[in-house]
Design a protein around this ligand. Sequence first.
Ligand SMILES: *Cc1c(COP(=O)(O)O)cnc(C)c1O
Length: 360
Amino acid sequence: MTELYNFSAGPAVLPAEVLRRARDELLDWHGSGMSVMEMSHRGKEFVSIAEQAEADFRELLGISAEYHVLFLQGGATSQFAMVPMNLLRGKPQADYINTGAWSKKAIAEARRYCTVNVAATSEASGFTTVPAADSWQLDAAAAYVHYTPNETIGGVEFHAIPGTGAVPLVADMSSTILSRPLDVSRFGVIYAGAQKNIGPAGLTVVIVRKDLAGATLDGTPSMYDYQAHADSGSMLNTPPTYGWYLAGLVFQWLREQGGLAAMAEINRGKAALLYAAIDGSDFYASPVDPAYRSWMNVPFTLADAALDKDFLEQAGAAGLLNLKGHRSVGGMRASIYNAMPVAGVNALVGFMQEFERTRG
Ligand SMILES: *Cc1c(COP(=O)(O)O)cnc(C)c1O
């Protein structure tokens, strides 16, 4: 049987070892007689699962006691509203960096709550790069600065953390969290929908500096209040228990791989393999500025777009799934998150070379 590799942007591939373990524990978790799905979120079994997941996540990212870690619902999209609701704290404005489709959505939502200063944008480049640092018009009076470290659709990634002085930095890390070590102490808030690099859809992980929680806009629902979630241990209501459990298995798997430094080496290597194949050919091209190419989402085009359909069909037949680019960009996109093995990238590169040889 052909080995199958899933390059979906999200929901995305999970580590096979994690899925096998979840399968083995599906009907009876550790002799409890219950599936994790059937447990009370307040029972001792689930509480132990939840606490272990948080401890492993904190360990992986080196998150200090100055931060809350919240396991929420509502996706990264809810955070687009939750961030201004919690972080404006009496200020009328926030700075946003616009690097593509997800930045734009965050900006549009924030405009419902405050004056948004787009401090820098790469729109003129068609969002194929990151705005030059000396072009940023940051405002020291802003409540926070929001950016998208990895644009999942455009495949543009910041490889360094921008400096924002005393103004808290907020990051939508949905598609890059846990791909490499991170200095969390540089951030006010980090959030991520789970379905790219953490676990199944339905879980959203939020890291909040404690001093930034607790002063929401008037009328903020309690479900949108970081402090309320922190006070209840992310159990203000029934949390997404099964997603939380699976995320915990992924955190354990990451620790077994050697943690985030080891993952960074693997991810750097996978991306280098794929970009070398693209750059080494006249048939394939990457639209993205080489300095800001994503390690996680790799868009590429064929010299003749009329061959896109054949490429996708033959790739599918070769076991390489979900390579179609986002409808707004076209072409192809290979998402190569933590759970994509090097063998999957090698298989893709081999297929690309063969397709070019026969059809290029
Ligand atoms: C997928 C994605 C989102 C949207 O996440 P939801 O969980 O569907 O709300 C937001 N931002 C980025 C960077 C993403 O990759």
